[in-house]
Design a protein around this ligand. Structure first.
Ligand code: PAD
Ligand code: ZN
Length: 402
């Protein structure tokens, strides 16, 4: 079984190292635009719960300590969909997108971290390196993480039809060009295939890090992963890498099971197949509860199911999914008094600047695969089709290329 899985991963890896010629061409950029406003295409969300509109936008040059990036590839994450559906509050109009890789086109005054021509990944979670969080050995939620829908100076670099357009979680990658703060961009290896490593900008790192960093999954342990999308499957890759002996996938869409098993799940279950709550099923399956559980769905009910399914005396549950901002959870403290640990995480606990280039290096060193997570590659103009694939459960990650 293990040999078969290793072969599968090896095969997936070998496929993943080929960079299509067409993409290599797209990675060349014109740097004569430095200091000028760039007109380019972007997907603008003008109204909640409506399709994104492909528009010509104006992207102003970067100010001091800012970087303008040519986006080469960007994934679609459920967090973008949460913003469209108002589950994640963000001011409109806005350019969404936060899981991307690109090339630096120009830099503002004082920027030292990157230079034009560098391959980079913009990061939703900055790392200023100076605040108490950045200095803390374990924490990653940098105090400069404002999610204020502008750059750090409080203004926006995007204009469309004469109106300023908001930024989204420090990145706004559904645009051919974007401007980010220097503290929100990481230089990566020049050999990295951008249409794959874009996933390190969010979904992969979030799931994988939740297992290896946040839960610190132990060898021989039992894990349950709720939600087998891009984030949950990445948590499975992390659990397996950490040496978990038994990984159980939980999803209401059985079409997700085959890939979860390819990546390391020993079994997968669907809550709708049982009359009793799924945490009771999991407790029975594991003789009292799992060692580690992960919620990668983004619903209040499954957050509670994930907490309840871990062992009452020593289990740990990690919240990864982002439930609707309007909903609160009511929990009986006895669930924790007995000894459970409950955690939550953004970006898998990784300090972004310290970790993203290392994760890219690990991918290039074949320590984990990304290909199984990429089910669709579409031209940027088909972005709304990409969202439909996510909503209908037909895709894991759609990567859009410009
Ligand atoms: P996805 O839509 O690809 O995957 C979600 C999966 O959950 C799908 O396979 C669904 O079928 C499944 N699902 C739905 N309802 C249930 C249920 N009741 N029980 C079990 N499974 C169910 O999304 P994703 O993988 O892109 O994102 C998952 C969540 O993680 C989402 O809430 C997103 O906003 C969040 C996220 N958090 C961070 C972070 O830093 N914490 C980063 C990225 C994404
Ligand atoms: Zn995301």
């Amino acid at each position: 079984m293990q040999i078969r899985e290793a072969r599968t991963l090896n095969y997936i890896w070998r496929k993943s190292t080929r960079v299509p010629q067409s993409l290599a061409c797209k990675e060349r950029i014109n740097m004569s635009t430095a200091g000028k406003v760039i007109k380019c295409k972007a997907a603008v969300l003008w109204e909640l719960k409506k399709p994104l509109s492909i528009e010509e936008v104006e992207v102003a040059p970067p100010k001091a300590y800012e970087v303008r990036i040519k986006t080469v590839a960007t994934g679609i994450c459920q967090s973008d969909d949460h913003a469209i559906n108002e589950d994640l509050l963000t001011p409109l109009p806005v350019i969404l997108g936060h899981e991307a890789a690109g090339i630096v086109e120009s830099v503002g005054e004082g920027v030292t971290a990157v230079k034009p021509g560098d391959k980079v990944i913009p990061v939703g979670l900055p790392q200023c390196g100076k605040c108490a969080v950045c200095k803390h050995p374990e924490a990653n939620y940098c105090s400069m993480t404002k999610y204020q829908a502008t750059l750090q100076d409080g203004t926006t670099r995007f204009t469309c039809r004469g109106k300023p357009i908001h930024h989204f979680i420090n990145t706004s990658t559904f645009s051919e060009y974007t401007v980010v703060d220097e503290i929100s961009v990481v230089k990566i290896d020049a050999a990295a295939p951008l249409e794959k490593v874009c996933l390190i900008g969010c979904g992969f790192s979030t799931g994988y890090g939740s297992a290896v960093n946040v839960a610190k999954v132990t060898p021989g342990s039992t894990c349950a992963v709720f939600g087998l999308g891009g984030v949950g499957l990445s948590a499975i890759i992390g659990c397996k890498a950490a040496g978990a002996a038994r990984i159980i996938g939980v999803d209401i869409n059985k079409d997700k099971f085959a890939k979860a098993k390819d990546l390391g799940a020993i079994e997968c279950i669907c809550p709708q197949d049982f009359k009793k709550p799924i945490h009771e099923v999991l407790k029975e399956m594991t003789g009292g509860g799992v060692d580690f559980s992960f919620e990668a769905v983004g619903q209040i009910d499954s957050v509670l199911e994930a907490l309840s399914c871990c062992h009452e005396a020593f289990g740990m549950s990690v919240i990864i999914g982002v439930p609707p901002s309007s909903q609160n959870l009511s929990v009986n403290p006895i669930l924790l008094l007995s000894g459970r640990t409950w955690k939550g995480t953004f970006f898998g606990g990784f300090k972004s600047k310290d970790s993203v280039s290392k994760l890219v290096a690990d991918f290039l060193a074949k320590k984990f695969p990304l290909d199984p997570l990429i089910t669709h590659v579409l031209p940027f103009e088909k972005i709304n089709e990409g969202f439909e694939l996510l909503r209908s459960g037909k895709s894991i990650r759609t990567v859009l290329t410009f």
